[in-house]
Every structure is written in structure tokens, then in C-alpha cells.
Design a protein around this ligand. Structure first.
Ligand code: RUG
Length: 820
């Protein structure tokens, strides 16, 4: 497709008529946005058609990535960049009377994800396409995604995130490809080619696919992400009830079905909520596997080649029922014998574990699985039977080991262990940072790593340099491109290392500082708009952006802020470096302890910001509704990156990588990928504090008395007492008593034990900040040495260690003839 401004403009006007049915004179901003997006999309669609044709011709092994969430971020800017049409789009937008940036701001961020897991999935899809790997991402098209966060009296409020209220130009629905998914019912024996069993579902719903395009950068490849939505068949609507005026009853069935894909991670604190979650997981898996088998059969017949053409990457435990579902398809529907089906299944799947928290390794009550998915329960039992026989062969008589490894937990309630099913049914298992993978093998999945050491790998996470540097931080990327002599670094992030030898260059340092300052100015405008808080763009921008969870220790950060506040209150001339503390993050709706911490951050922020003395140096801004769009604003402005989880708890982190790449210096524990960041940037460019994983584990195992730290450390005591006294809750002493009690008497995440080390390290941060040249050098070194954390490298690791797939290059003139 030719791409001069005239062609682009003509194409856009034609699209305005065709897609919006309106004219240039009367086009609203939304008409203009939509039309522009469609015009950009036209460039991608043509590449996608060529990609599909190339894939069809090559019949390669595909990576199918299964994930409950994708945090894609806005598509508009990215697609402009990946089609290289920014200038044409700018001209065309102004011909319709709108500045391009105003239209870009109308682009809605798809609410399909939640946190690091979902954003990682999006980064990996981007890098897969960039590496020309044939791949499809499969997920759920949630109506409302996670939730929109706002604050009322400092407390989190959750509102539905109606992200596709106006429709989205990036999505193609395919109602013709709907398929049926069963639930409940029973299984029965019957005579096919010999005695067989089959499932007779008690309820069926329709899964409707849509897809979005996933272009690669600097290549012709455009892959897709295919998303499933539950839709009710027309006979679900009860006209009889409706005619009788019982409107609620009339749509009850429709609602029941469509609730399956209403929200991401429905609250699972009730029986019904848990059932809905499992339903959702199976819905994704059932639709996806049918689609994968369909795609395989476009070019292949014999299932013995299935694993040569298919690798299915399970992103955490949410899609793990896929293992039982593939066995059901192969054995029950395609009549393969069990051993042959199992051999294929095991070769096809690979599993990424993203956690060390026992509560995040899902288990489902056997009674629930039996009721909702009766045939799958039988299949899980059979897999378990064969597996335990295998364990017995390797470890004869070791009953305790069999109990530990079984797919079924017996006590206190019989439950299916999804992580065990994932390991047993996969050819590869990986953790997401070195420490994490080591701890998985040594502790969480030790029995499995002893049985099958060859299955266990590490693949350290990575992030998209295109989104988090090039798009998010145009000033810094402009400088990098200029210094590195072109944009090749966007494909090979290791090239950033060339900056290292210029880290002391005065002119570079000046520009570096200027860019940070201007990014802080931009952030200040946004913060003022979003929170009303005025921040000083010269103050150090100290950033903690991540989900709220006790193990991540936002509470430790709060104690530090209160300590600085007290120092200034006690001595207005105290030597405290001006800082803006920027927070962003949501807490799960049912996670009350995390929600109290959110309220505390807001309470402390209100007190600090209102204090005439403290607010001259310190400001606290909690940006509501943290998402990819907000991340793209905050990260480029950050000077200090808070990565302060209790060591041994954070699997990897990816915000730590994005921040370091943008020149923020980390203050952190030896947890997750912080360790690898520190190894690369150097000890002198990283602020380390606190207990490491082994020490933390020892502290937790031994006699730990958090109160003794409180009693010994006057600053800590003052901070805790202030919280307990109601100083940050309008005098209400009860408001944060649960928070205070938890750290004084349990302190599961060693906030008290690490406080002194943290505060002293923060004093050292102040010292480094005062020496502007030293700080700038540290900042440059962080960017220069973090090329390893590119998601492109992560994809290379997956290819070599897990997937064994080859790229397929898409030519500029590939014939466009293939179905998909
Ligand atoms: O908490 C982890 C992060 O440490 C990690 O960086 C990210 C991507 O690997 O996944 C996060 N995660 C883990 N999100 N949900 C889970 C639950 O298993």
C-alpha cells in the first residue's frame, strides 16, 4: 500500500463515508478518530493477509499463547509507529479539523488485563511478531475488564471499566465462527470403535471470536490475538416472560450465559464466584483448543504431527484445564488411544509459572470440577493414575512423595492442583527470573524438579522497548537514536551499551537531565489534572507503581514517608531532599488488607500535602486507575524506582525493568529480577537494602518479634504511633488499627525487620541525588546496561529453551490466498 499523505488522506475520507456514514464537514472528533484508526488499520490488514498466506504456505510450528489476561495498552500510537504513518495521519487529522494528539487521546485502553502477567503477555506477543514467529494469542474478550479505580475519602472504589462503550476500531468480530461450549451434565459409556466414554453436557453456550492485529516492528509480519466472548443463543430470551411484563425473567438466561465473559477475575469469595471463574477458564480453553485443532487441520491430517505444528504456552495456571481438554478431544472426539493422545499432549504444552505465593497456585474443589466438567474430572483422575504409577517406579514405596505430588490434594478438602496438572502435562516448565526459577525447583515444585530436572528452565521476563521507551518517552528515544546513529536499538536493545562510555560526557548529562525534567513537567500536569496535587518538577520523582499487595510492601514506603514528614515537622530545616512520591496501583476488590493500605497512602498523602512545612519538600500523589496509559506517563518521569518486596516473594517484576530502562535508579531488595538488574547495572548504580531471600526465610521460620523493632527504633515507633493515633484518618484511631496490628504482631512480610535498612538506604539516595552529576551518571548507566531486559531477548530464550520454532519471513508481495 502506498503511503504518501495524499493517498492516506483520500483513503481516510473514503473510510469516513464508508464506516461512519458522515461527511468531512460534519465529522465529530470521534468520527475522525475512528476513521483515522481504520485507515491505519487498512495498512495492517494488508500485511496480515500476506502473513496468513506465508504461514499457510510454510505450514510451520505455531506458538499458541493462552492467557486469561492481556494488558495491551492503547493501540493507536503503536499502530502509527508500526505502520510509519504518523506524518500522514497528522496531515489527515488536521484536514478534518483536529490535532492528531486529541484524536489519539480518544483511543480506549482495552480492559483485558490486570497487572504484570497481562502486560508481559502483551509484550511477548509484540516481540513474537517482531521476530516473525508464527503465533496467535488466545484470551477472553471481557466486557468490563478488571475495574476502573477511583477514591472516595481515600478508599478505593471500583467501577465497571466499559472500555469498548463506543466500539473499538481495532477489533474484528467473527460471529460466523461461533462455536458451542458445554458445561455440567454427565458422562456415559457407549460403543464406538470399542468401549468408549463421552460427555453429555447439561448446558451449552456459544463462544464468539473476535481478533485484533498484532504487528511486528520493522517487519511485514502481523499476527493476531483471538478473543472469545460468551453469547447467548436467541432462544435464551424468553418471549413469554417478556410479554407478561416479567422483563427481568425474560433475560435471565441471556445474562447467565453472558456473565461468563463479563469481568476479569470475578470475585471468588463466594461459591458462585468461584464457579464463575472456573467456567470462564474452561470457556477460554474449550474455544481455543477447538480453534487450534481447526487451524491444524487446514494443512495437516495425522495427529501424530500435531506436536510438530503446535506448541501451547500456558500463561500461569488459569488455562491449565487445556491439558484435560486436549486429552478429551483426542480420545473422545478423535478416537485416539490414551497413550498416543498423552504422548501428543505432553509434547504440545509448556507452562510458565509466575508466582511463589501458594495462594496463587490455583486449586479447584473436586466436587466443583465433577459438577461443572464431569468428563474432565475423569480424565484428571486417569492422568493422575498413570502419573502416580510413574512416581512409584522412580521412588518405590515413597507414599509421602506421592501424596505431595498427586494432582489431587486430599486434606482438608479434595481439590485439583492445577500447577501439578500443568507440570505433569507439559514438556517444559519455566519461572520468570533466575531467583524465581531456582526457588521453584528448590522449593515450590521440588519433587517435580527431582523427577524431571530436564523440564525446568528459567526465562527471565522482558519488556517492549518500542512501547516503554520509543512511544512512552519520545524525548529520551530521540536522544538515543541520535547518539546511537539510528533506530536499530529498537530491534537490538543491547546496542544501548554504547552509551556507557559517554556516561560522564557533560553535554550528554545536561540533555539527560533536561529530558527528565521535561518529563516530570508533563507528569506534573497530568497529576494536577487527575488528583489536584501540585508537584514540583525539580523534586526527585520517587515512584511506586504496581498492584497493591502486602508482600510488595507499599506499607514500608508509607513508613518512610511518615518518617521524613516527622523529621521536617520536628526540624523544618532538616536535610531532606525534595521528593514527589508517586503511587499507582489497584487492589483486588476482595483483598481488604491491601485496600486499607491504599487508604493509608491517601491519608498520609493528604496530611503531608496539607502541611505547610513538609509540603515545601514533600508531596504525595496517588494517580488513580493505574494502567498502561498512566504507566507511559509516569515511567519516563521517574528518578527512583521502588522495588521493595520481601525477598523471595516477587516472581520477577517487569515495572522494575521499564523504570530502569528509562533511567530510574532502583532502590530494592534482592528479589525477583531486581537481582539481575543489579548484576547488570552494577552495585554502584543500585540502592540495595534489606534481607535476602534466604535470610527472610530464616527470619520467618525462627522466632520473629516485629514489636522489638518498634520498641528499639524511635523513628519507627513514631511512624507507627502516628498511624495508630488517627493522625492520617481525621483522628479516627480505629481506621488503620488492622494495619498496625498486622505489622506489630504478625508482620508476615518483614516490614519491621527491613525498615531501618530501608530508611538508611533512602538517606543514601538523598546523598546521591544531591550530586547531580553522580546521579545522572547512575541514571545513564541504568539505561545503557538494561538492554538484556528486552522482551525480544525473552522470546529468543523461549524459542531456544522451550518452543523450538522457526521464523517465517513474510515477503512484501506474498500472494494473498490463505484462509485463517
Ligand atoms: O507477580 C508476578 C510478577 O512478579 C511477574 O513479573 C509477572 C509477570 O511474570 O507476573 C506477576 N503475576 C503473578 N501476576 N499474577 C500472578 C499470579 O500467579
Amino acid at each position: 500500500m502506498t503511503d504518501n499523505a495524499d493517498d492516506f488522506g483520500r483513503n481516510m475520507v473514503a473510510n469516513l463515508y464508508r464506516h461512519r456514514g458522515t461527511t468531512v464537514e460534519s465529522a465529530s472528533a470521534r468520527d475522525a478518530y475512528h476513521t483515522l484508526a481504520v485507515t491505519i488499520r487498512d495498512r495492517l490488514i494488508e500485511r496480515y493477509a500476506r502473513t496468513a498466506a506465508a504461514h499457510y504456505a510454510a505450514n510451520p510450528r505455531f506458538v499458541y499463547y493462552l492467557s486469561a489476561e492481556y494488558l495491551l495498552g492503547r493501540q493507536f500510537e503503536q499502530n502509527l509507529l508500526y505502520t510509519d504513518t504518523r506524518e500522514q495521519a497528522r496531515v489527515a487529522a488536521s484536514a478534518l479539523g483536529y490535532p492528531l494528539d486529541d484524536l489519539a487521546a480518544l483511543d480506549a485502553e482495552p480492559g483485558l488485563g490486570n497487572g504484570g502477567l497481562g502486560r508481559l503477555a502483551a509484550c511477548l506477543l509484540d516481540s513474537l511478531a517482531t521476530a516473525d514467529i508464527p503465533a496467535v494469542g488466545y484470551g477472553i474478550r471481557y466486557d468490563f475488564g478488571i475495574f476502573t479505580q477511583s477514591f472516595r475519602d481515600g478508599a478505593q472504589r471500583e467501577l465497571p471499566d466499559d472500555w469498548s462503550h463506543y466500539g473499538t476500531p481495532w477489533e474484528f468480530a467473527a460471529p460466523d465462527d461461533r462455536l458451542e461450549v458445554g458445561f455440567y451434565g454427565h458422562t456415559e459409556a457407549y460403543n464406538g470403535s470399542g468401549p468408549r466414554r463421552r460427555w453429555v453436557p447439561g448446558e451449552t453456550v456459544l463462544g464468539e471470536p473476535s481478533h485484533m492485529l498484532v504487528p511486528g516492528w520493522g517487519t511485514e509480519t502481523v499476527n493476531i490475538i483471538r478473543l472469545w466472548r460468551a453469547v447467548a443463543s436467541s432462544d435464551s430470551f424468553d418471549l413469554g416472560h417478556f410479554s407478561a411484563g416479567r422483563y427481568g425473567d425474560a433475560v435471565e438466561n441471556v445474562t447467565h450465559v453472558e456473565n461468563i465473559t463479563r469481568v476479569l477475575y470475578p470475585d471468588d469469595s463466594t461459591e458462585l464466584g468461584r464457579e464463575l471463574r472456573l467456567k470462564q477458564q474452561y470457556f477460554l480453553v474449550a474455544c481455543t483448543l477447538r480453534d487450534i485443532v481447526r487451524r491444524f487441520r487446514l494443512r495437516n491430517e495425522d495427529f501424530d504431527h500435531f506436536a510438530d505444528k503446535v506448541v501451547i504456552q500456558l500463561n500461569d495456571t488459569h488455562p491449565v484445564m487445556a491439558i484435560a481438554e486436549l486429552m478429551r478431544l483426542l480420545v473422545d472426539e478423535y478416537a485416539l488411544d490414551w497413550d498416543r493422545a498423552w504422548g501428543i499432549t505432553r509434547r504440545v504444552f509448556a507452562y510458565t509459572c509466575h508466582t511463589l505465593l501458594p495462594e496463587a497456585l490455583e486449586t479447584w474443589p473436586v466436587s466443583l470440577v465433577e459438577r461443572l466438567l464431569p468428563r474432565h474430572m475423569e480424565i484428571v483422575y486417569l492422568i493422575n493414575h498413570h502419573f502416580l504409577a510413574d512416581v512409584e517406579r522412580h521412588f518405590p514405596g515413597d507414599h509421602d512423595r506421592k501424596r505431595r505430588m498427586s494432582l489431587i490434594q486430599e486434606e482438608p478438602e479434595r481439590r485439583v492442583r492445577m500447577a501439578h496438572l500443568a507440570v505433569v502435562g507439559s514438556s517444559a516448565v519455566n519461572g520468570v527470573a533466575e531467583l524465581h526459577s531456582d526457588l521453584l525447583s528448590a522449593e515450590t515444585l521440588r519433587d517435580f524438579a527431582q523427577l524431571w530436572p530436564e523440564r525446568f528452565h528459567n526465562v527471565t521476563n522482558g519488556v517492549s522497548s518500542r512501547r516503554f521507551l520509543r512511544i512512552a518517552n519520545p524525548r529520551l528515544s530521540g536522544l538515543l537514536t541520535e547518539r546511537l546513529g539510528g533506530e536499530e536499538w529498537l530491534r537490538d536493545l543491547d546496542l544501548l551499551a554504547d552509551l556507557e562510555s559517554h556516561a560522564d560526557d557533560r553535554a550528554l548529562q545536561e540533555r539527560w537531565r533536561d529530558i527528565k525534567r521535561r518529563n516530570r513537567e508533563d507528569l506534573a500536569l497530568h497529576v494536577k489534572d487527575a488528583t489536584g496535587v501540585v508537584i514540583d518538577p525539580d523534586a526527585m520523582c520517587d515512584v511506586m507503581i504496581k498492584r497493591f499487595h502486602e508482600y510488595k510492601r507499599q506499607l514500608l514506603k508509607v513508613l518512610h514517608i511518615v518518617t521524613l514528614y516527622h523529621r521536617l515537622r520536628d526540624d523544618p530545616a532538616a536535610d531532606v531532599v525534595p521528593r514527589t512520591f508517586v503511587f499507582g496501583g489497584k487492589a483486588a476488590p476482595g483483598y481488604h488488607a491491601a485496600k486499607r493500605i491504599i487508604a493509608l497512602v491517601n491519608g498520609v498523602g493528604a496530611a503531608v500535602n496539607a502541611d505547610p512545612v513538609a509540603s515545601r519538600r514533600l508531596r504525595v500523589a496517588f494517580v488513580p486507575n493505574y494502567n498502561v496509559t498512566r504507566a507511559e506517563l509516569i515511567i519516563p518521569a521517574a528518578d527512583l524506582s521502588e522495588q521493595i518486596s520481601m525477598a523471595g516473594k516477587e516472581a520477577s517484576g517487569t515495572g522494575n525493568m521499564k523504570l530502569a530502562l528509562n533511567g530510574a535508579v532502583t532502590v530494592g531488595t534482592l528479589d525477583g529480577a531486581n537481582i539481575e538488574i543489579r548484576d547488570r547495572v552494577g552495585d554502584e548504580n543500585f540502592f540495595l537494602f534489606g534481607q535476602d531471600a534466604a535470610e527472610a526465610a530464616r527470619t520467618r521460620r525462627g522466632y520473629y518479634d516485629p514489636r522489638s523493632f518498634y520498641e528499639r527504633d524511635p523513628e519507627l515507633r513514631a511512624a507507627v504511633d502516628a498511624i495508630a493515633s488517627g493522625a492520617f484518618s481525621g483522628g479516627d484511631r480505629g481506621a488503620f488499627s488492622s494495619v498496625v496490628d498486622s505489622i506489630l504482631y504478625h508482620d508476615e512480610y518483614l516490614v519491621m525487620a527491613d525498615y531501618r535498612s530501608y530508611v538508611d538506604t533512602q538517606d543514601a539516595v538523598d546523598g546521591a541525588w544531591r550530586d547531580a552529576d553522580r546521579w545522572t551518571r547512575m541514571s545513564i548507566m541504568n539505561t545503557a546496561r538494561c538492554g538484556f531486559f528486552s522482551a525480544d531477548r525473552t522470546i529468543r530464550d523461549y524459542r531456544e529453551r522451550v518452543w523450538h520454532v522457526d521464523p517465517v519471513r513474510v515477503g512484501p508481495h506474498h500472494p494473498v490466498t490463505a484462509p485463517d
